[in-house]
Design a protein around this ligand. Sequence first.
Ligand code: OTU
Length: 654
Amino acid sequence: MYEQISHSLLNQILDQLTPEIRKCDLRHFYTRLGANFYAIHSLFSQLYGERDDFKQQMLRLVEVMARQYLQRDEVLKEVDIAREKHHNWFLSQEWVGMALYTDGFAGDLQGLSSKASYFQELGVNMVHVMPILKCPEGASDGGYAVSDFRDVDARVGTLEQLRTVAGALRKRNILLTLDVVVNHTSDEHEWARRARAGEQTYQDYYYIFDNRDVPDMFEETMPEIFPETAPGNFTYDEAMGKWVMTVFNHYQWDLNYSNPTVFIEMLDIILFWANQGADIIRLDAVAFLWKKIATTCQNEREAHLILQLMKDCCQVTAPGVLFIAEAIVAPVEIIKYFGEDAVIAKECEIAYNATFMALLWDAVATKNARLLDQGIRSLPDKLNRATWLNYVRCHDDIGLGFDDADIVQAGYDPYPHRRFLVDWFTGQYADSPARGKPFGVNEKTGDARISGSLASLVGLESAMESGDPVAIQRSIDLILLMNSLIMSFGGIPLLYYGDEVGTVNDYDYINDASKANDNRWMHRPRFDWELAELRHKHGTVQQKIFTGLQKMIAIRKTISAFADYNNRELLDTGNPHLFTFMRSNPFKHGDEVLVVANFDSSPQSLTLSDLGPRARFDYSQLRDLYSGESPRMFKDQLVIPPYRFYWLSDKELP
Ligand code: OTU
């Protein structure tokens, strides 16, 4: 939008840019800056408008965007332009992701380069390389405590090698996702070290207090993220003799975004990684970006303004780069990270669908889809040109972050229901084959989350131990069932490395002092490539899971109705064991796929004619696109075997 105040400021800023910047070809940069400047200016002034140095800070912001634009590779600039043209590119059903630790999956970055063929074999074309930036040896939170935002950790390789990986993936049309840990730094980061040494400039980068007055006020309303290992939200620093806000671990210092210098530094870092070849940037812990006394310090309005500003600025320099919001918060809050009061995403284009993930686990434990169905129905409508990252497992614990009102609506009592789920997955429930562990147990609130690998949580570990073929098959079916839903729900499915070959819990972390008190490490394995070879051997567990997923991915890519255009409708079947929805191709009328998933251990039936006009299929032609087989039918009643899913259509795939 054109508006005089911001436009005249823009003119002033452009006049003040250094000659070295001004003499360059900045055509695309200028048109994008012109288009976004009104928004950038208004967001920046909402956040920092009260400051005397506001105009200097704006100038610095524009300089950072311009410098990073100048450093952006020509190849990446072409990608930007192509994506501007095909702006819906990431909504396609063709994308399938995998998240991994470089060291756990491939040893190091060089190893990772050589694994591109493995991704292709499986059909993965988006790789989320979890944090690889420099971090301290022990106190690293798996890389989420960064001590240098511009360098790769020597344990996995060099920046040069990362650029090679990026290039190699790009050649194969595989997207690269990198993490930027925006909420905090390691206490060994240079900023923290200089703050500790007494430099006020750097103390202003963090929330640092002389005494407990303010911290105590904050504590009244702030929840604890790691209550067992890092209780409280402040850490006393001996050297400084002051209290530092540390919401996560005591060695992770929260950045102070009320300081515009922090915002500009972090934007510069985001753009730096965009320029190293990242297609997508995962912004860690975005819900925590703004702190306010008497609040939970999560999901504050200003946190959203910061993200909008980051997005608007990134669009000027690197418009082809997408953001993933990692906000593991309440369902109605997650959706706001796409941006509110907008038609298309204006914060992050992609968000972790933590609600769907947790609901899937509820369906597994209860063997029915009541809460899953209810929880998804309660989700507010998503914006256009915004998409979910749908996942079953990731490197973190499973938080039962669904809504109490939905639990009640589904017919349960919230507190005992959550208790039951934790007991079920941690194997404390008599009937449960799961081998998880409780994580983040908070004695004060009764909260608990769950750690454990996909395979161990669905009972594969215990089944293999007992050698019970029925139990083994049931676990495999559950793994495929859950994955079939993230593949068909709408959004980008994100697999977690190792799950594709049924990797069970790794109990070795206990022997490493820096990991022993964080049981999330039991599902952060060192990938067993020898075991993975069994994917080629017919009849093995690894082969059944791997080929099942491989097929699912290949078929997903051909089903246009699975692209994410908010084209999903939940159907009421009257059978609580089934989760049923229709996906329709928005560009081709009548091109529809009926997804049915049976979470129960007994076969279930669904009367298709009860679905009304939504399911006007030619029953005689009905086929499961996944297996290629005709489903079992009795008249107009569909029979779904235990733990099975169907992707039903009466048309041939193109
Ligand atoms: C993220 O996690 C990372 O994924 C974790 O691995 C890190 O420990 C953490 O940030 C700190 O960097 O912030 O918005 O249940 O879900 O810690 C959610 C806890 C986060 C995690 C939470 C999460």
